[in-house]
Design a protein around this ligand. Structure first.
Ligand SMILES: [Zn+2]
Ligand SMILES: [Zn+2]
Ligand SMILES: [Zn+2]
Length: 333
């Protein structure tokens, strides 16, 4: 049976565990990105303070006591995505055809506006503002945990046209998904396998080894460590990992939150004005705290594109050895 034409819908590749969200509504999304290298300003930026009526009603905000939702007075604001990739009211589908598997495009798609003033880079915000943003990621993850039908909450950032941003004002996104994404599942399974064979969490082991050798270290604080990834896909790919073992990001401590924000801001400042993504990897929602999985952030600068080799194979070519990248990010040459 062919899937019916109700969107959005997830479609699975006939052979691979590769799900594609078919979401025609996204085609209507306006973009500030006329020239790929440069994001132009909106006539009026919908994310600036004073323009709250330009967006859907806020679902959460850190705001001054006494101010009303959808009015000025906020520091970080969360709104539903006006052009959601997945939606709460996705139409039901019943298509379990072995060649054409589909699922409803169910999910929750939110935008986090990171500051009220028109600033284009998270790294330009104060330490306190960045801490607020990461605190909002934690709080939204904790809230979406109770939303029925979700198995994973993906927090991610697109900065710059080469990283997929279409609005200039600094913001990030949250997609609540009905299944665990393949890369997260692979990482989870790989970590479980490592733990079975060696009796330790691979991320804790990685931290110990990176701290001992120092060759890929970028920034070290009491709570968090940033290092370039041993097999980084992109030049300057950097992972930020808490020293204390924990599977679920929303369980982080106040001290970890403060350090994480400072380390992320510091690494992004060192990277400079390059397009980049950063993404959270945390345990799937239904999983209990586990001895093998350890939440972390991955910062993916987009200095090199994804081309034929990467698309054909799922493998990557990185022209900059991660050890050299770390030396440069430490400002040693
Ligand atoms: Zn703005
Ligand atoms: Zn660990
Ligand atoms: Zn990861």
């Amino acid at each position: 049976m062919m899937p019916n034409a109700s969107f959005p819908q997830f479609r699975r590749d006939p052979l691979l565990d590769r799900w594609v969200l078919i979401a025609p509504e996204r085609a209507a999304k306006p973009t500030e990105c006329e020239a790929p290298a440069l994001l132009a300003h909106h006539e009026v930026c919908p994310f600036c303070e004073g323009q709250e009526y330009e967006t859907p009603h806020e679902v959460f905000a850190i705001r001054t006591r006494g101010t009303l939702p959808d009015t000025p007075g906020w520091r970080v604001r969360v709104i539903p995505n006006r052009y959601p990739a997945a939606r709460r009211d996705a139409p039901q589908l019943n298509a379990d055809d072995p060649l054409f598997p589909t699922r409803p495009g169910y999910g929750i798609h939110e935008v986090i506006v990171e500051c009220p003033q028109h600033e284009i880079a998270l790294a330009a915000l104060s330490d306190g503002n960045v801490r607020d943003v990461f605190g909002v990621y934690r709080d939204r993850l904790a809230a979406l945990r109770y939303q029925p039908g979700l198995e994973y909450v993906q927090v991610f950032k697109n900065h710059g046209a080469a990283a997929g941003a279409s609005v200039e004002h600094t913001h990030s996104q949250i997609l609540g998904l009905p299944r665990v994404p393949r890369d997260v599942r692979d990482e989870w399974d790989g970590a479980a396998d490592y733990h079975r064979r060696h009796g330790r969490c691979p991320f804790c082991e990685l931290l110990a080894q990176e701290l001992a050798s120092g060759e890929r270290l970028v920034r070290v604080t009491e709570q968090c460590v940033a290092f370039t990834a041993f097999a980084g896909r992109f030049p300057y790919e950097t992972w930020v990992v808490p020293r204390r073992h924990g599977s679920h990001f929303d369980q982080l401590t106040a001290a970890e939150l403060t350090d994480l924000a400072a380390v992320m801001r510091s690494v992004l400042r060192r990277l400079g004005p390059v397009s980049h993504n950063f993404v959270l990897h945390t345990a799937p929602l239904p999983e209990p705290e586990s001895a093998h999985y350890h939440w972390h952030w991955e910062i993916l600068p987009r200095l090199t594109g994804i081309a034929g080799y990467e698309l054909a194979t799922g493998y990557f070519i990185n022209p900059l050895p991660p050890e050299d990248a770390a030396r440069r990010l430490r400002n040693e040459d």
